[in-house]
Ligand binder design. Sequence first.
Ligand SMILES: [Zn+2]
Ligand SMILES: [Zn+2]
Length: 279
Amino acid sequence: MVQNLPVKTLPFKNLTIEGWSRAAVQSYWRIPELKLGFDLGAQPWSFMGTETWFVTHTHLDHIAGLPVYVARRRMMKMEPPTIYMPEHALDAVEKILKLFTRLDRGRLPCNLVGVLPGQEIELSREHVVTTWPTVHTVPSVGYVVWERRKKLKPEYLGLSGEQIRDLRTSGVEITEERRMPLVAYTGDTSPAGLDACPAAFEAQVLITELTFVAPGHRKEKIHKFGHMHLDDLVERRNRFKNELIIAGHLSTRYNIKQVRTIVEKRVPDLFDGRLHLWL
Ligand SMILES: [Zn+2]
Ligand SMILES: [Zn+2]
């Protein structure tokens, strides 16, 4: 396998979280078991087989890899991918792809789908994705992947198999859908964007941004530029019900050791071991 970009891998329960993310450099994430990825700041060769992507916003560190990814899939004779992104960007991205087609003399077949906050996207029988408005310096959305299951309605729980079959054949709806938030991905956002999505605090896995950690960095300024500081996570400590909280998108002002030192000093227990720094 060609190794063109760094990829960090973290198995967690039934999922594997893969990716890499530093502010202003590039962000890309993938969960192979869910057959989807988030953001296309760049595209590791190994991610090519994933054909559904969700882009949070159009800063280059989150979208610059899009044409390359589409071109590779065509070259490898794979189906055109489906890429969801904030609706306002569709027109411009289509134009960019046309211009690259002219320069590269190769078609760039893909299914671009615009999304708005508060939308629902059917992925499969088991999975649904919802969007919510995050708060950044360009229009942006976050994504929640939900697992859904048909469960027998409580009023029918005591019935025999035969009675249930009879009800079903008579056309009675005996099941209802239950949803469980599996993964929430915020992309870049100020804390207001995280707060805008209660499911982000409930999801089994939360992947969020933590651009700044140093005590000296002024929070008002950080929030104004649509980012978060370590203090913002600490303030929300009791609200995070997640089993795993991944914090990525760290600023390049810090090296890996500095981030670890600052975070371990401020949060020695790493939220009972649930906080994972993506470094
Ligand atoms: Zn970014
Ligand atoms: Zn951004």
